[in-house]
Design a protein around this ligand. Structure first.
Ligand SMILES: *Cc1c(COP(=O)(O)O)cnc(C)c1O
Length: 369
């Protein structure tokens, strides 16, 4: 029995290159609280991503929770049910009510045409997700937000390095939140970041992630401990040198899947927009009614062959016990998201996935095995 193939696997730079950084941390005896690696990594990320203000975090979820605090979001927040649970959980941790709107047909992202109908006097913000790193309808969302005076916080956990029409998509909205979790395209073991629009807002985020301390004796808000350690920051700096190579290895895998699965009847592959510079973070396919197996049967068959494809995002957040009581969670309100959640399968994609392994996955889906 050969080893299992996971849906993703972290990209790791050579260990020998990380040792000098560890020696430096030992010499500095500065383990956290805005140390030299933290400062260098923040700047390096700004340069790489093409943004001005980044605040590093211990993980993406704490960054989401803090972003909502920093913008003083209250009441109801319009969001998408088609995401990882952390998107909605971050609202609940701020005592906010998620209001789910459906995703757009032919897309995995929030349908901008459905937003206005969901706005009430209690709405203060919109929290969309660049799902699988495909950019949201950012201009339409911003137009609505401007008309109604709403904040926009993008959950950009999938969207590391994404450019649309040559510009970083992380500059849109009031804030974008990144995740550097081990399963993401770019990782720092655990980690995350907030991209802010101004130095002033970044300052507030930086206070909030450090208990609200502005200086030794001035505490300006009931903040949290969301800080990234020197270990994670040093690893991130090293990882940044390899991320382009990692993305181009992913691109090759994406290309082979497209070439080999594009003509399989009953399998739909979402088209990538041509104006976007992609990161190939996921490889989602939709298993349609005319495929010989149901989505779950194919998922099981792959598992039996040791291939751990994942049904991201199933179940929908709106169908989870702690959310399904909300009126916006009714399946009739979210037909497209419910349809997609029942058809979706994300195939293994990561830099170290070898071609014979990928060919085996393709052969199973094509019914040759
Ligand atoms: C991974 C992820 C998060 C959470 O990030 P962590 O760093 O794991 O806390 C939030 N939203 C989405 C869409 C994600 O995929």
């Amino acid at each position: 029995m050969s080893k299992n193939i996971p849906v993703t696997q972290p990209f790791l730079p050579p260990l020998s290159e990380f040792i000098p950084a560890l020696e430096q941390i030992w010499a500095n005896k500065w383990l956290t609280n805005n140390g030299p690696f933290h400062q260098e990594f923040e700047q390096a990320l700004c340069d790489y991503l093409g943004v001005e203000h980044i605040s590093l975090f211990a993980n993406g979820t704490l960054a989401l929770v803090t972003a909502l605090q920093a913008l003083r979001v209250t009441g109801e927040v319009i969001t998408t049910p088609y995401s990882f649970v952390a998107t909605s959980h971050a609202l609940i941790w701020n005592d906010l009510t998620p209001v789910f709107v459906d995703i757009k047909p032919g897309s995995f992202n929030m349908d901008p045409d459905k937003i206005e109908a969901a706005i009430t006097p209690r709405t203060t913000a919109i929290m969309p997700v660049h799902c699988y790193s495909e950019p949201c309808a950012m201009h339409e969302i911003q137009r609505i937000a401007d008309n109604y005076g709403l904040s926009v916080i993008y959950d950009a956990a999938h969207a590391f390095g994404i450019k649309y029409q040559g510009q970083s998509i992380l500059q849109h909205g009031d804030m974008s939140v990144l995740s550097f979790h081990a399963t993401k395209v770019f990782n720092t073991f655990e980690g995350g970041a907030i991209v802010s629009r101004s130095k002033k807002i970044k300052q507030r985020v930086d206070y909030l992630k450090n208990f609200g301390f502005a200086d030794e004796v001035t505490i300006v808000a009931p903040g949290i401990n969301g800080k990234m350690s020197e270990f994670n920051a040093a690893f991130g700096l090293l990882q940044l040198k390899y991320v382009d190579e990692a993305i181009s290895l992913r691109e090759k895998i994406d290309g082979l899947y497209r070439a080999e699965l594009g003509s399989v009847s009953g399998v739909s592959i979402p088209v990538l927009s041509t104006e976007t510079q992609h990161n190939y973070s996921y490889f989602p396919i939709l298993i349609e009614a005319d495929y010989p197996l149901s989505r779950d049967e194919l998922y099981q068959k792959l598992r039996e062959h040791g291939i751990l494809a994942r049904r991201y995002f199933y179940p929908l957040i709106s169908n989870m016990p702690m959310y399904r009581g909300l009126s916006s969670s009714l399946p009739d309100n979210l037909p497209q998201a419910n349809l997609v959640a029942d058809k979706i399968l994300c195939l293994p994609i990561y830099p170290a996935l070898e071609q014979p392994e990928q060919t085996r996955i393709i052969d199973i889906i094509r019914g040759r095995v």
